[in-house]
Design a protein. Structure first.
Length: 641
């Protein structure tokens, strides 16, 4: 018994101090959430002999990482001199000190005075950054301070109070930049902030947010405008530990099409999103002449050639560009900008020039190499998805030359699986198996097809392949093919995918979901009801083409929002159209009383699908009723016919 007690006491004994010379670590504890500590911060806190922390600005759960026996001091009760004395004593004793600041210590951390004193005493120290409350506030608000198209500048500042602010940094002048502005230590002077912003020319409807105790459990967020934010802050009695955010990002995207696309998402720095044009790139004098001829014949093309060779072919209309930079730079910039490239140069130059920016056959544009005489148009890159094969054929036709196509499926006149979905309007699943399926098809290995929806005309192109057509999931498993292609609106059973891992799935958009809902029903509830109904019926959500309802419900915010989120087309029918549908499986007395029709979900699904058969009869889930039908002429509904 005594031995166990001794072991227990030994386990609780303070850890020995570090044998090395003492040191002070200024550590950023983050905005409050202990999970926002950096890994290094947590380690240093756990190793420290002495921790001096910034009072209530530090979450107690952060201090819980301190080792047993570590001495903790609240800096609120200590003068600067007392803090330095504690550090000096600990370091001289070979101990490690963590000076724990909230947020990032480099932003309003009051560490400059401490570092000066430590340097004066010859005490070693270092700084460890932390997550700033400005970053935590942006996360809470769901904004990007430096969104393209609005602003590329973030200013962190404060209003002058007990601590003066240089006149060159007064809020009025900073605000005039119209950039994102985060104000620390100013919530208690919010009326003065509003006054300064107005003097800087901000309108009363300018969006403003205030975030108190960002990332803490009791975090509070106020959203308003310059006209009402001061009243909101005073009513909430917010005076400390709060940030005031003024940013174009608070107003949302500048256009209905969303925010401007960042250059981060281009292949090459400084380039825009790819447009629909073709680049013709030449390097030699003879190549420039051939390029000019092709440019005159290929619509929507831009000719790039060395400036010294252009001469009078540069018409100044923006479709002919002279360059004096390297071929590699021109190739990479064109690769990022255009849908297809025709390169009048050696194939090796193109390969080496583009190697650094290649991503995948699903993303790269089509690249064709054309000889200087225009005789051979070689499909070099992204033959199928990038349409380089089609571009090579087009260029060859325009130049009275010959297209050189090397992709096996084209040579065997087999369907191009990479583009089949786009051609038929189908959605692709399990794309990672595409190469294995194509390999089986072109190498004459066994390939099985299961199709129960969508146009079947593509099957005629499989005549030269070793293909077996299966009409049930059981037949597909029993066939044990090397690979399989599934075209279906139904879930593919797990046993099929387990038996045939090399299976790609296409989802024809053929399902119509009829929906009825109570007034005020939220989008989340509607989406959940649809997903549940489809899952229980074994139907694929990716095959939903249309959501149909009665016109009295077509403007319901929850329904409109649900369709927007999921990318579903919403179509409505009149009560007269619905009344013409007879023999509903599940007529609704409630719908008849409220809307004058015997149902909503079932007749709307039937009308949308132009059928008289339901795949899923009316299913009620809370405030939502769902029915599902399958149709083959849904495009006509989408076109308004």
């Amino acid at each position: 018994m005594g031995t166990n007690k001794a072991a227990e006491l030994s386990d609780r004994a303070p850890a020995p101090t570090l044998a090395s010379a003492g040191r002070v670590h200024f550590v950023g504890a983050g905005p409050g959430d202990p999970e926002l500590l950096t890994l290094k911060a947590r380690r240093l806190i756990g190793e420290a002999d002495v921790i001096i922390y910034a009072g209530s600005l530090i979450n107690p759960n952060v201090l819980a990482h301190a080792r047993p026996g570590a001495r903790l001091h609240n800096s609120v009760h200590l003068s600067l001199e007392a803090q330095i004395a504690l550090m000096e004593e600990a370091v001289n004793g070979g101990q490690t000190v963590v000076r724990l600041h909230s947020g990032d210590p480099s932003v309003y951390g009051a560490i400059a005075e401490q570092m000066w004193q430590l340097r004066r005493l010859g005490i070693a120290y270092d700084l460890l950054p932390g997550v700033s409350s400005a970053s935590a506030a942006a996360a809470t608000l769901g904004i990007e301070y430096t969104a393209p198209g609005s602003t590329q500048t973030l200013i962190l500042s404060r209003l002058a109070g007990r601590t003066a602010v240089p006149q060159s940094e007064n809020l009025r002048d900073l605000a005039a930049h119209r950039s994102s502005l985060v104000l620390f230590l100013s919530a208690g002077m919010v009326e003065a902030v509003v006054a300064e912003l107005r003097l800087a020319g901000y309108a009363d409807d300018t969006p403003v947010a205030v975030v108190e105790r960002a990332s803490w459990p009791d975090e509070r967020v106020l959203r308003g405008t310059l006209a009402d934010i001061a009243d909101q802050v005073q009513a909430a009695e917010i005076t400390h530990q709060a940030l005031i955010i003024i940013s174009p990002a608070l107003a949302g995207p500048a256009t209905d099409n969303g925010p401007t696309r960042s250059h981060l998402y281009s292949r090459t720095s400084g380039m825009t999103e790819r447009d629909g044009s073709f680049a013709i790139i030449a390097l030699t004098r003879r190549g420039t002449e051939t390029g000019a001829t092709l440019h005159s014949r290929l619509p929507n093309s831009i000719l790039y050639a060395p400036a010294r060779f252009l001469g009078r072919t540069d018409g100044g209309d923006g479709t002919t560009v002279g360059f004096e930079v390297s071929a590699r730079q021109v190739l990479q910039e064109a690769f990022a900008k255009h849908r297809g490239l025709v390169c009048i140069m050696a194939a090796g130059i193109v390969v080496r020039g583009l190697a650094a920016v290649l991503e995948s056959k699903y993303d790269d544009p089509g690249v064709v190499v054309l000889d200087e005489l225009g005789r051979h148009a070689v499909s070099l890159l992204a033959g199928h998805r990038g349409r380089a094969n089609d571009l090579a054929r087009l260029v060859a036709a325009l130049m009275a030359g010959e297209a050189v196509i090397t992709t096996a499926s084209d040579l065997q006149e087999l369907p191009t699986l990479e583009t089949l979905g786009a051609e038929c309007g189908w959605r692709l699943e399990r794309a990672w198996t595409m190469n294995s399926v194509i390999s089986a098809m072109v190498n004459g290995e066994t390939l099985a097809i299961y199709q129960d929806a969508g146009d079947e005309c593509w099957l005629a192109r499989l005549a030269s392949a070793q293909v077996s057509r299966c009409h049930s999931w059981q037949d597909l498993v029993a066939a044990r093919p090397k690979a399989a292609i599934v075209v279906s609106h139904r879930h593919c059973p797990n046993e099929v995918l387990a038996a045939i891992p090399n299976t790609i799935i296409y989802r024809p958009p053929c399902l119509v979901v009829g929906i009825g809902c109570n007034r005020g029903t939220g989008a989340d509830e509607i989406i959940a009801a649809v997903k549940t109904a489809l899952a229980e019926a074994g139907l694929a959500e990716a095959s939903v083409a249309l959501v149909a309802t009665i016109d009295a419900k077509a403007a319901e915010f929850g329904l409109v929002e649900a369709c927007r989120r999921q990318g579903w087309l919403l179509h409505s029918f009149t009560s007269e159209q619905i009344a013409a549908i007879g023999n509903l499986p599940n007529p609704s007395p409630y719908a008849e009383r409220a809307l004058g029709v015997k149902g909503v979900a079932e007749p709307c699904a039937l009308l949308g699908a132009r059928t008289n058969v339901l795949l899923v009869e009316k299913r009620k889930c809370g405030n939502v009723t769902v029915a599902v039908a399958r149709g083959d002429r849904l495009q006509e509904i989408g076109d308004g016919r």
